[in-house]
Write a protein that binds this ligand. Structure first.
Ligand code: SF4
Length: 298
């Protein structure tokens, strides 16, 4: 079996930063440190932090008064910060700076009296967070959607969830710009999402099948599987070497492997070992050397 290994793959700068924030906070404040929502959408990362002293929780109001809370990389609505303040929690923000950028855009364009369209997936933590920062018209292209009933010359700004499919998002953007005459389109799809989708497209040219390594809860991992399928290459999203066993009988030919922005490289290497490949070729489509600085944790 030949394996083509996509690059860039795995952790993005926002995920590295969120994990480091959580680790530093546990060291500094001791256990437990509460994390609002999974710090990133990967169970291996979540479990590793919980073993070190983190408690993942959805409801800020259930966190004991005076504790420390970290807000996850996906971003949270201001109402969650307000609840945390009311409970006198020490607040540490692990929101990815590229998600914060979208929040700031939402606030700026609202102030400029432009209406906002958010392209994103209803119920995803990042979308819940962004919708808390400004009034938006949400378009979720996984379901039947319609354009807002606004005048054609209504000033509009389009913002997006950071982890969507590039191609699907552009289709929605085109429909909006074809109808409305005064539209600003922000490019909010993050570099990590873009690069991994470019990598999976390249892998599709060489592979009979693509394995996307990551959590079924991860938006960017799901998009990688869909991108592969839309290029005509069958694809499976598997979370680890155990879930590989369930599909092992279906694996044949040349296998492309990619991992999402929240997947630890260790899991990828474990899967490669289980596949016992004859040859592994790394296919790099883009250099990636972005780092985000940590906030002061005090
Ligand atoms: S996937 Fe993109 S937006 Fe999400 S944490 Fe990583 S860099 Fe930030």
């Amino acid at each position: 079996m030949d394996i083509y290994l996509g690059k860039p793959r795995g952790f993005c700068a926002g995920v590295v930063r969120a994990i480091e924030i959580a680790e530093h906070s546990i060291k500094k404040f001791g256990s437990p440190v509460y994390i609002k929502h999974q710090i990133v959408h990967n169970p291996h990362v979540v479990t590793a932090l919980e073993k070190k002293g983190a408690i993942t929780i959805e409801n800020v109001e259930k966190i004991p008064k005076g504790s420390t809370v970290i807000f996850s990389a996906h971003g949270s609505p201001p109402s969650d910060y307000d609840k945390a303040k009311k409970r006198q929690l020490k607040i540490i923000d692990a929101t990815c700076p590229l998600v914060t950028k979208v929040h700031n855009e939402a606030k700026k364009y609202t102030k400029d009296k432009r209406k906002l369209i958010l392209i994103g997936h209803e119920g995803h933590q990042e979308v819940i967070g962004t919708m808390g920062h400004a009034e938006v018209y949400l378009i979720d292209d996984r379901i039947k959607w319609t354009l807002p009933k606004w005048p054609k010359n209504q000033p509009i700004t389009i913002i997006t969830q950071t982890t969507l499919s590039i191609d699907d998002t552009m289709k929605v953007v085109r429909k909006i710009t074809d109808y409305f005459s005064n539209v600003i389109v922000r490019n909010d799809l993050c570099y990590a999402t873009t690069n991994r989708q470019l990598a999976v497209k390249k892998l599709c040219e060489k592979s009979d099948m693509i394995l996307v390594i990551g959590s079924p809860e991860s938006s960017n991992c799901n998009r990688l599987r869909e991108v592969s399928e839309s290029h005509g290459t069958p694809s499976y999203l598997i979370s680890d070497a155990d879930s590989l066993q369930k599909i092992k009988s279906k694996i044949s030919g040349k296998i492309g492997i990619i991992s999402g922005a929240s997947t630890p490289e260790l899991i990828v290497q474990q899967i490669i070992t289980s596949l016992n490949a004859d040859e592994i070729t790394e296919i790099q489509v883009q250099e990636e050397n972005i780092n985000f600085t940590l906030p002061k944790i005090k």
